[in-house]
Design a protein around this ligand. Structure first.
Ligand SMILES: O=C(O)/C=C/c1cccc(O)c1O
Ligand SMILES: [Fe+2]
Length: 314
């Protein structure tokens, strides 16, 4: 039984609208080093916390949390498409343990996931099916959202479950930090888009998929020259958040409400609850030591871009 953690921002703009080459090279180095540390740890099971962006989860039935018993990635923005290697019986045992701990996570036997799940699996493990993975969805964009406390309790329950396994377990958190890409809001869209958000967006026709992606790329291009065209990134808040995780001050964030968090760091910053859950899971193994912290605001990627590892202190 041992554990390792890595949290990493995702952004589907990678390869579509990139920052200058020196920044790109810096991030390539950060990701390559994280991949090497993970390879050295040689995980036998990955538990991946990620949001979705109205690609697999819709308002016809939107859970706060969902644990995948089987999952496939759609390959949006050119990320990997195909099946994840989900160990079904372990995922079922995980879901049972989480419910027994009083956290009412949904389950899916056909979970559809997007770049939020695919990108870290590709970047940190080399592909979708290189290691058995239990995918855990945390609703981070479709209001009403779960708060920090629930994400922490979910993570702690999963961490206690992982401790019972005789396995090397890697916890991954995908997303954040401060950012607000143009993700549609149900209260503000026209009838056609509302229908997409209610579920007809699950299998978008190719031309609509392309138009959706182009909208995000155009928004990034505009944002890189006009920081007021979207909610601004908030490096100061992002660094404070990284401090809190690094110092094990997880429960301090329980008091921060969702509206306050959106105002501080943008509507999609709720993706950091995947980091909260991953760190809370690691905390079930005892005190931890965070390391290899990286942060840079990258407007081209509409991302307060962070990377942070941690392992049990003893
Ligand atoms: O439009 C989407 O599907 C998501 C876009 C996006 C852009 C920047 C950072 C992120 O975390 C995103 O998910
Ligand atoms: Fe995202």
């Amino acid at each position: 039984m041992s554990a390792y953690l890595h949290c990493l921002s995702h952004t589907p703009l990678m390869g579509h609208f990139d920052p200058e080459p020196a920044v790109l090279a810096e991030i390539d180095d950060v990701v390559a080093a994280a991949r090497q540390r993970i390879a050295d740890f040689a995980p036998e099971l990955v538990i991946l916390f990620s949001p979705d962006h109205f690609n697999g989860f819709f308002y016809d039935l939107m859970p706060s949390f969902c644990i995948g018993m089987a999952a496939h990635a759609i390959g949006d923005f050119g990320t990997a498409a195909g099946a994840l290697d989900v160990p079904r019986e372990l995922a079922e045992a995980c879901a049972n343990a989480v419910l027994a701990a009083g956290v009412d996570a949904a389950v899916s036997y056909r979970m559809q996931v997007d770049h939020g799940f695919a990108q870290p699996l590709e970047q940190l493990l080399g592909g979708l099916d290189r290691c058995p993975v239990i995918p855990v969805f945390i609703n981070s964009v479709a209001v009403p959202l779960p708060g920090f406390q629930r994400a922490r309790l979910l993570g702690e329950a999963i961490g206690r479950f992982a401790r019972t396994l005789d396995k090397r377990v890697l916890f991954l958190g995908s997303g954040g930090l401060s950012h607000q890409p143009p993700v549609p809001e149900l209260a503000k869209v026209d009838a056609r888009m509302a229908d997409r958000l209610l579920g007809s967006g699950r299998n978008l026709p190719a031309d609509e998929r392309e138009a959706r992606q182009q909208r995000v790329i155009l928004a990034a291009q505009r944002f890189s020259s006009d920081p007021n065209s979207l909610h601004p990134l908030n490096p100061e808040w992002d660094q404070q958040f990284l401090d809190m995780l690094s110092e094990g001050r997880l429960a301090e964030l329980d008091a921060l409400g969702n509206e306050e968090l959106s105002a501080l760091a943008g509507r999609s910053t709720h993706e950091v609850k995947t980091w909260m859950a991953a760190f809370a899971a690691l905390s079930a193994f005892g005190p931890y030591q965070a390391s290899e912290r990286y942060y840079r605001p990258i407007p081209e990627w509409i991302a307060g871009f962070g990377s942070l590892s941690a392992r049990p202190a003893s």
